[in-house]
Design a protein around this ligand. Sequence first.
Ligand code: QUE
Length: 361
Amino acid sequence: MSDEIRFAAEGGLATIELTRSKALNALTLDMIRAMHPKVEAWDDDDSIKAVVIKGEGERAFCAGGDVRAVYRSIVDDLGGKGPSELSRTFFLEEYRLNHAIHAFSKPYVAILDGVTMGGGVGLSVHGSHRIVTERLMFAMPETTIGLFPDVGGGWFLPRLPGAMGLYLALTGARLDAAGAVALGIATHYVPSARLEGLEAALATTINESDDGRSAINDVLGRFSEAPGIDPMAEHRSMIDRCFSATSVEGILESLDREAAGGSEFAAETAATLRHKCPTSLKISFEQLRRGRDMSKLVDVLTMEYRMSQHCMAGTEFFEGVRAILIDKDHAPKWQPESLAGVSDSLVDQFFAVIPDREFSL
Ligand code: QUE
């Protein structure tokens, strides 16, 4: 078994702890392979009433997928050309786990006490409860590294209020606890100092009750508080106006217009978008547009798996990881380098079926 993840089950409560804190608990294939069968077994085990998932240490719940390993496998396997074995398997098994969490029939409580990005979002948003603390730093930052907000981002992001999902997807903007609660990404705010007490209370209450769901809701009601002021609230109407445009270029035009009218926030947001991967921006826009109209998560994950494999076969993910996570020069050379260079037909290619490599549950 993996030493990067720990499992426990006692008195009706099963616990998962991500124990890779030196890497902000970033999710490896071994962790996915250890966790998925546990989740399935606990769903079928009548003695288990609920699952809690948390990250070791005080810095992170989970900083994302282990994209460094995927990057390395592409370099090592094929000298940087084409998808490696790991790049095929990692996304497939990660998305299957995301779906298992979505389908889990009992309370699934994720404790987001620190950095929660990308793959960490996929381990939490599809469950029934998300507890956040004052240490939360939530983001879907994939357009920064030539990817797109996967792990079911095409499902939950277009279902957030207004245009907030598209805003988070394209800019990679960070949410704090109040922002996450305001959007419904988090279900409860609990100060980190009370987490120990919360977990102990969950364990005892579940043990003493036959209805796991109401036991959990009772305990969370007792431990949760109001999260304070949402710093994003004052920008919501502007975000909704600008990010309801019908193209990425339209969003930027709209932000530039608001910036010219004196909005510092619009100017900063436009500048942020101009640093993201142009291909990522356009495929993510299309991903959320398509995902909004899909009625099943499996359909969204099928779309995202196709997209992931097209990304692995291209240049942008490779260049993004190099610039942000490996060399850390933060100066990726995107190609195409501008939105104008990313044609509709190029975008369409990311949604094409790859024969013999379809997603399945
Ligand atoms: C975009 C991303 C990721 C990211 C940074 C981005 C991502 C990811 C990590 C990450 C962070 C810390 C680690 C680690 C990975 O950073 O997916 O191993 O220790 O996993 O801008 O998508």
